[in-house]
Design a protein around this ligand. Structure first.
Ligand code: ADP
Ligand code: MG
Length: 387
């Protein structure tokens, strides 16, 4: 997908860039508790400043649903952002005269009912704030909103630095990947990731299915999964995915041995057994060591990895073992330059952090919904509008 970057713009002296960013940061009692998303804003603001321009930032916070909800004001984010950016940051509401600072944060875009309706009139008011539009919020790109989609049709539009880097990393992983490509899809439920599975079987060489999803696939193959999380009504869908994979030459990996327990809690009494030997009162909570060894072998023969969803109930020790072992193997292969590894998803990012491999992976996307829709092969409206 071709789009322009800030580097493609000319001199911006005296100009204002209207920049859509992600400021949906975790906040406790009006204090920002994690700077990750604020740090992601810096490269774009710096690039605009280097060309002589100023940045007016558009962002949403929480879900005020088109109404002014004072607790969801973006104003408390200003001091934390100023600190991270090392610049003076002002604050304004639509209609105010903009303060004369390098950077201005505009009030929550979702205070306007037109934002989530992709309303052109609201987009015009956003566009009137400046001269060019920069979208740097990949995490919001799967939504066609006034500040992510409509506005891009009203003025010259480019991708921001963080969004550009993210799209480039994702393109390398599934757009034109070096083969063999391995996808790991895990997590709780098949039903939330059906579109991902359908898209991936056509694109990847190996599909590793883990977590609660694997139970549904075991069940579909006629294996009794006891008291495990399992979506029995998706049996035919699971079989169809296996058929599609076969037809496309994609090898599907489902655990052959599993870790079972009778309680869903940390340090519950547990046992490793073949996936075919689960008792009626047992739950599968992780993949077993034999499966993990096989999966590490698959990674060792691969060049590209795309990962969404843990292999087990990783929040509960020791049911994090398979996820941690595979994550460490992927991190090591990436460090050695043998593997390009991309991962995303709320719990997946937490699991990879828990395994201590966040810095080893080639790219980790913190965009939950947008990352999944990208894995589903869907066009993201916020990206398409930049083209
Ligand atoms: P992501 O947020 O990365 O997309 P998901 O939300 O789909 O991932 O899945 C994560 C959840 O799946 C975790 O809360 C984990 O405990 C759960 N899970 C994984 N394996 C199992 C299992 N075998 N049984 C029950 N829950 C599981
Ligand atoms: Mg999740």
């Amino acid at each position: 997908m071709a789009f322009k970057h800030i580097a493609d713009l000319g001199d911006l002296t005296g100009k204002i860039a209207v920049v859509r960013v992600d400021l949906n940061v975790p906040m406790v009692d009006g204090v920002v508790t994690d700077d990750t998303r604020l740090e992601a804003v810096k490269p774009t603001v710096d690039a605009i400043a280097a060309k002589g321009g100023r940045s007016v930032l558009l962002a949403h916070f929480g879900r005020p649903k088109g109404q002014v909800v004072p607790e969801m004001s973006l104003k408390p984010v200003v001091p934390a952002l100023a600190k991270v950016l090392g610049r003076e940051v002002g604050f304004a509401e639509l209609g105010d005269t903009l303060p004369d600072t390098d950077v201005v944060v505009m009030e929550n875009t979702r205070f306007f009912p037109g934002e989530e309706k992709n309303d052109v009139e609201l987009a015009k008011r956003f566009a009137a704030l400046g001269d060019i539009y920069v979208n740097d919020a990949f995490s919001c790109a799967h939504r066609a909103h006034a500040s992510t989609e409509a506005i891009a049709h009203l003025m010259p539009s480019v991708a921001g630095e963080t969004m550009g880097a993210e799209l480039e990393a994702l393109e390398k992983a599934l757009g034109a990947p070096v083969r063999p490509v391995v996808a790991v899809v895990g997590g709780a439920k098949v039903s939330t990731k059906l579109d991902v599975l359908h898209n991936l079987v056509a694109k990847v060489d190996h599909l590793i299915i883990g977590g609660g999803m694997a139970n549904t696939f075991l069940y579909a193959e006629g294996i009794d999964v006891g008291a495990s999380l399992c979506e029995k009504d998706l049996k035919d869908t699971a079989l169809k995915i296996i058929e599609e994979a076969k037809a496309a030459g994609c090898k599907v990996h489902i655990p052959s041995d599993v870790v079972v327990a009778k309680e869903f809690k940390a340090n519950a009494a547990h046992e490793v057994k073949p996936a075919t030997a689960v008792a009626a009162d047992e739950m599968i909570l992780d993949a077993g060591p034999k499966s993990v060894a096989e999966l590490i072998g698959v990674l060792e023969g691969a060049k590209t990895l795309v990962w969404n969803g843990p292999l087990g109930a990783f929040e509960l020790t020791p049911f994090d073992a398979a996820t941690v072992a595979l994550a460490k193997a992927a991190g090591k292969l990436t460090d050695e330059g043998k593997l390009l590894s991309v991962a995303g998803g709320g719990d997946t990012v937490a699991a990879l952090a828990h395994a201590g491999v966040k810095d080893s992976f080639t790219h980790i996307s913190t965009a939950g919904g947008a990352f999944l829709e990208w894995m589903e092969g869907k066009a993201l409206p916020g990206v398409v509008a930049l083209g």
